[in-house]
Ligand binder design. Structure first.
Ligand code: HEC
Ligand code: HEC
Length: 255
């Protein structure tokens, strides 16, 4: 799975436009307003889809380069419901920058906020480090966040914190396994093929499980994350946390 993700990012990087709006927080914020006004009615407020297709999944499976998206937004798709947007080029680029930010790795988003304050919150009062590791320090059973800025979009990280049961990412899901001999195991599924599954249990011990030993697997939609960060964290604290997490990456930052 990690291999597939890495390959996707490479394809995306290759096709990346040099337009200065992409990855620019102010352009993204302006694009978000325009998107709410002109696009959200059909594509959903965060691109999840509706009358128009899901713009986040398309991004993940068939990356569309920024120039192609610019053309589609400006000219529409003739013969379909997708209208042409009669707006100046810079506004179209702002919208493209916003749509791109929904799927681009968080490390490319230049997330605003106080990184140091976010770091203190993460390792301190927010309690994140009790369940997550970064660079070999921290706890279990949450997934290792050392490379989270390269693996997930800012939007996915935000959703993981605020609405963990809605995050829509299928990796690192809570799972309960019943073995043929009657034993059970609960933990987080970190890797899965047709033949085997890697599960980290609550104590942080990895288990490699052959499917031939398994009677039943139940993935839980209910997250193991605390569900009250939405009320516990102020807007500013959330932003600082995102600024810190989005910069956690084992990849060198883009120039
Ligand atoms: C009236 C509904 C509607 C509105 C408003 C709308 N779209 Fe669409 N959009 C669609 C439909 C339907 C499609 C699928 C067209 C097709 O069949 O190829 C589409 C396709 C797209 C695609 C191509 C997706 C793909 O996977 O090929 C992009 C990108 C897109 N829209 C972005 C936008 C943006 C950005 C806006 C706002 C400026 C917007 N759309 C406004 C309905 C809409
Ligand atoms: C009680 C343990 C616990 C605490 C506390 C906790 N998490 Fe988690 N977190 C998890 C588990 C377990 C998952 C795996 C998926 C799930 O259950 O939702 C997860 C998933 C995540 C993910 C998604 C990872 C991915 O692969 O996409 C992010 C991001 C995250 N947590 C960030 C945080 C942050 C930031 C905090 C602190 C504000 C925090 N977590 C606090 C247990 C925890």
């Amino acid at each position: 799975m990690a291999g597939i993700l890495a390959a996707q990012h490479e394809v995306r990087d290759e096709k990346k436009s040099k337009n200065p709006a992409i990855g620019n927080p102010e352009a993204i914020a302006a694009g978000q307003k325009l998107f709410f006004a002109s696009c959200a009615g059909c594509h959903g407020p965060t691109g999840g889809g509706g009358r128009g297709p899901n713009l986040r999944e398309r991004g993940a499976w068939h990356p569309m380069d920024d120039d192609a998206m610019f053309t589609i937004v400006q000219k529409g798709v003739p013969g379909t419901d997708m209208p042409a947007l009669n707006r100046p080029d810079n506004e179209v680029w702002q919208i493209v920058a916003f749509v791109r930010s929904l799927t681009a790795p968080a490390m490319e988003a230049n997330a605003p906020g106080d990184i140091e304050a976010g770091r203190r919150l993460y390792w301190g009062s927010a309690g994140c480090s009790q369940c997550h590791m970064i660079a070999g320090k921290g706890g279990f059973p949450g997934p290792d966040l050392t490379n989270i800025g390269a693996l997930r979009s800012l939007n996915e990280i935000r959703t993981s914190i605020l609405d963990p049961s809605e995050r829509g990412v299928t990796e690192n899901q809570p799972v309960r396994i019943t073995f043929r001999n009657g034993a059970t195991l609960e933990g987080i599924c970190v890797d899965r093929t047709n033949y085997a599954m890697q599960v980290i249990d609550r104590a942080g011990t990895p288990h490699r499980i052959g499917m031939n030993q398994v009677e039943a697997i139940v993935f839980s939609k209910k997250s193991s994350m605390p569900d009250d960060y939405k009320t516990r964290l102020s807007r500013e604290q959330l932003q600082n946390l995102l600024a810190y997490l989005s910069r956690q990456s084992t990849r060198p930052p883009a120039e």
